[in-house]
Design a protein around this ligand. Structure first.
Ligand code: C5P
Length: 222
């Protein structure tokens, strides 16, 4: 298969990372979870009591942060200043603050620059909110994944319980809806389907079915 770029966007907990990871492995592609980058900065801001509304303080923090994505057998690991924070960046505290960090234009500019560098050689599958519209506007394949908020909350609820995080389904539903609202309404590169993206509602499908359908879409576009 040619070394193309694949952009996957969609709202919170729509299953993007789960399937993108599997597809990357199947195609032998590099997988980049861009949400992990915003989460890593949020994690560091919370650790250092930096106000998530303070863009210049966040920029300063980002400049002095060593952020590294490492690629292992099972996807991507995130290291911040040498510490493996792959699990810590998924905590509810980080999850509920990350959209505030991600709305700042200067932060996004810096992150997007890093993200584009990963795609220079092609053979990349990248997921996020603005990949098809902004980060990789020339990606050969763009998929916009959707699922009902109930289904997404249910998936995240199960995931939280498996990880041993406390979890309340109704609260999760509200938090996911709020995150979508902030991500869709922000001024810079909001969550939005690219005009040339294929919309895929995964509500009624299992993870395995989603992977197969996505591979069909990818192969038919090539
Ligand atoms: O994908 P994930 O849920 O890990 O993303 C966490 C948050 O990071 C999103 O809710 C959004 O605020 C931000 N994000 C973004 N642009 C991206 C990826 C993530 O704004 N490309």
């Amino acid at each position: 298969m040619n070394n193309i770029s694949i952009a996957i966007d969609g709202p919170a907990a729509s299953g993007k990372s789960t399937v993108a990871k599997v597809i990357a492995k199947r195609l032998g592609y590099l997988y980049i979870d861009t949400g992990a980058m915003y989460r890593a900065l949020t994690y560091k801001a919370l650790e250092n009591n930096v106000d998530v509304e303070n863009e210049s303080a966040l920029m300063h923090l980002l400049e002095e942060t060593d952020m590294q994505l490492k690629h292992g057998e099972d996807g991507q690991l995130m290291f911040v200043d040498g510490e493996d924070v792959s699990e810590a960046i998924r905590s509810p505290k980080v999850t509920n603050s990350v959209s505030h960090v991600a709305k700042h234009g200067l932060i996004r500019e810096d992150m997007v620059k890093r993200q584009r560098e990963f795609s220079l050689n092609g053979g990349v599958i990248m997921d996020g909110r603005d990949i098809g519209t902004h980060v990789l506007p020339h990606a050969e394949v763009k998929i916009f994944m959707l699922a009902s908020v109930e289904e997404r909350a249910q998936r995240r609820h199960l995931e939280n319980m498996q990880k041993g995080f406390p979890s309340d389904f109704e609260k999760l539903k509200e938090e996911i809806a709020l995150r979508d609202k902030i991500d869709s309404e922000r001024e810079v590169a909001p969550l939005k389907k690219a005009d040339d993206a294929i919309e895929f509602d995964t509500t009624l499908y299992s993870k395995e079915e989603v992977v197969e359908k996505m591979l069909d879409i990818i192969q038919s576009t090539m």
